[in-house]
Design a binder for this molecule. Structure first.
Ligand SMILES: Nc1nc2c(ncn2[C@@H]2O[C@H](COP(=O)(O)OP(=O)(O)OP(=O)(O)O)[C@@H](O)[C@H]2O)c(=O)[nH]1
Ligand SMILES: [Mg+2]
Length: 206
């Protein structure tokens, strides 16, 4: 088995009992958190990395409303599937709950290695993505930007154009554009670059 579900939490109090120091239910592997707007492809990317369909994927945005923890055995990591932001139909109260839950997670987890900030390659970083980036980096969390759904950019010309546009926004955000990865979990295109980066000694040592 390439990975398995460990736990699901829906409120901040449950997090405190679940995460004890560096441990999460007895597991002490470093954690990778998936952050990004609803429907950007977080759960799909998790399934592609782990190699099984553990995380629930849906065409309907706002599917992941809880925090799910999975083991990714091959890389000795725990992957954290966080609820997506920016779903228009979510009420103000739900948005607040989302922010509180994610903040509580980031505060309680001493073993968070990196947050993968997922951005839709067809649209580039949105104002909400920029907000998420600022929020993570101001909390001292290392962030890796990953553009998803690369298969949606059909031609080399379109890819180059989107990349030029995204690079401008990344620079404004203070992110080195050459550090960003462009992948497709659907076609598997360039997924190896992400896997190699996660498994690189520099990241393992963090
Ligand atoms: N073309 C394409 N579609 C993708 C890719 N990855 C995910 N999708 C589709 O995008 C939709 C949303 O995918 P999810 O993985 O559920 O997205 P999510 O970010 O987990 O969404 P929430 O849980 O709502 O936050 C689904 O219809 C997926 O099939 C990809 O690499 N290429
Ligand atoms: Mg999801």
């Amino acid at each position: 088995m390439a990975g398995e579900w460990i736990a699901t939490v829906g409120n901040a109090d449950q997090l405190k009992t679940l995460i004890q120091g560096p441990f999460l239910k007895g597991h002490r592997e470093p954690r990778l958190a998936m952050v990004g707007r609803s429907n950007v492809g977080k759960s799909s990317l998790i399934n592609s990395l782990i190699g099984t369909r553990l995380a629930q994927v849906s065409a309907e945005p706002g599917k992941t409303r809880l925090i799910h923890f999975y083991t990714w055995k091959e890389a000795s990591r725990i992957i954290v599937d966080l609820p997506g932001y920016g779903y228009a139909k979510v009420s103000q109260a739900d948005r607040k709950k989302w922010a509180e839950l994610i903040q509580a997670y980031l505060r309680s987890d001493e073993n968070l290695e990196v947050a993968l900030l997922l951005v839709d390659s067809r649209h580039g970083p949105s104002p909400l993505d920029r907000e998420a980036y600022d929020f993570l980096s101001s909390g001292g969390v290392p962030v890796q930007v990953v553009f998803t759904k690369l298969d949606g950019l059909k031609t080399q010309k379109e890819r180059a154009q989107r990349r030029r546009e995204a690079d401008i926004v990344l620079k404004e955000m203070g992110v080195d554009p050459s550090s960003a990865l462009w992948v497709s979990s659907r076609s598997g295109d360039r997924m190896n670059e992400l896997v190699n980066l996660i498994r690189a000694p520099s990241m393992e040592g963090k």
